[in-house]
Design a protein around this ligand. Structure first.
Ligand code: MN
Length: 194
């Protein structure tokens, strides 16, 4: 296999009750691993077989793009979650947030609203541009910040497979709860190393 799925960096039950073990098993082992498997199948015999995941994402379209981007998005998503998260940013990121949004709470609320307002499925991202300005980006389906020239700091997965077993159709509640396991120290690392 060209690409290998990455294991979760915590136990399947480590994020309960915010994300149940059952949801995490399906989300990681079926959906994410499924994207990896599908991508590996699709690139056989194409020039993409020799390319990095990022290069595939930047130059492909349709099914190859969708699966490659979902592999990248899910690795980013799972990596930022933690059973012992930092619930607030500090330092330069906190200053930028306060300057642009007023407060961390305002960022959370704006991202939750964007998630609730996203018709169908996709992602809501906190991103930073080349000038260091923060913004919130909604992308449909597998869309992702690198295709917009932006660096992601945090992501909310707005596809039903991310929350439906635990929250049914209550997407707003699911997004609200998600912040209890989102680790701002990951966002800070990404912000400071961009
Ligand atoms: Mn997902």
């Amino acid at each position: 296999m060209r690409f290998e799925p990455k294991p979760l960096p915590y136990a399947y039950d480590a994020l309960a009750p915010v994300i149940s073990e059952e949801t995490l098993r399906f989300h990681h082992d079926r959906h994410y691993v499924g994207y990896v498997t599908k991508l590996n199948e699709l690139i056989v015999g194409t020039p993409y077989e020799e390319q990095s995941l990022e290069d595939i994402i930047m130059t492909s379209d349709r099914a190859i793009f969708n699966n490659a981007a979902q592999v990248w998005n899910h690795e980013f998503f799972f990596e930022q979650l933690s059973p012992e998260p930092e619930l607030r940013p500090t330092g330069a990121l906190l200053e930028a947030i306060n300057r642009q949004f007023g407060s961390v709470e305002a960022v959370r609320e704006a991202m939750n609203q964007a998630a609730v307002g996203l018709f169908g499925s996709g992602w809501v991202w906190l991103v930073v541009n080349e000038d260091g300005e923060l913004s919130i980006l909604s992308t449909r389906n597998a869309g992702l910040p690198m295709r917009h020239g932006l660096t992601p700091l945090l992501a909310l997965d707005v596809r039903e497979h991310a929350y439906y077993l635990d929250y049914r159709n209550r997407r707003g509640e699911a997004m609200h709860e998600m912040w209890r396991v989102l680790d701002w120290s990951k966002a800070e690392e990404r912000y400071n190393s961009r």
